[in-house]
Design a protein. Sequence first.
Length: 247
Amino acid sequence: MRMIGMMAVAAAAIATAGMAQSRPAVSPAITKALADPARADQQGDDARRQAAAVLAFSGVKPGDTVIDYLPGAGYWTRIFTGVVGAKGHVYALWPASGGKYADKALPALRGRGFANLTAEVQATDLPTAPVPVDLFWTVQNYHDIPNGGGGEPALRAFNAAVFKLLKKGGTYVVIDHADAAGRGLANTATTHRIDPAAVRQQVESAGFRFVGESPVLRNAADDHSQKVFDPAIRGRTDQFVYKFRKP
């Protein structure tokens, strides 16, 4: 009985450690960046996006060089500029084929005058950077990469490019809409979802080590059948937050 009790205590300790790993403490730099009054127009979205928890999980810190890939309207980009500070740098990048998505966001970001930001549409469809980076970050974009006929080869090329531009020990964070287990890439162009297990396999096959997952954007009430743009589920989809590291 004593042995069973000891095993139960050990199991509880392991579970607690796992929870602590997935919900790391929010750093002062992240707290300060999120509280910046210049972000007043964004802050209403912070709770829904679980911004503090997701950023803490990524490990981003002052002095880091970060790529925010396909940054949308620049929600995360603007936060990153505050977190990395004057000694860090943020690259908000759109691929050449996605230049149309930068029409409004790019001039808006440049107009904010961030001294530690480079925002641009790249000349290629694969991400590049002039210097090795600490963190490559992409949110709700990974599922689009194989669309348009690119398939698995497009994902292999993309992950290889990310691997190449990261520093040794650099971090790759993928956040996306989850599809049902076993669906692979079947719905990336229809419901705009992707099987998390397929993503992990793809990224690990490029040489990355899987660090872990944050559960903060998971939603068990999402049955994965609806398009992510459907008003019934939009903004509340079941999302996975995966963290990988370049050895």
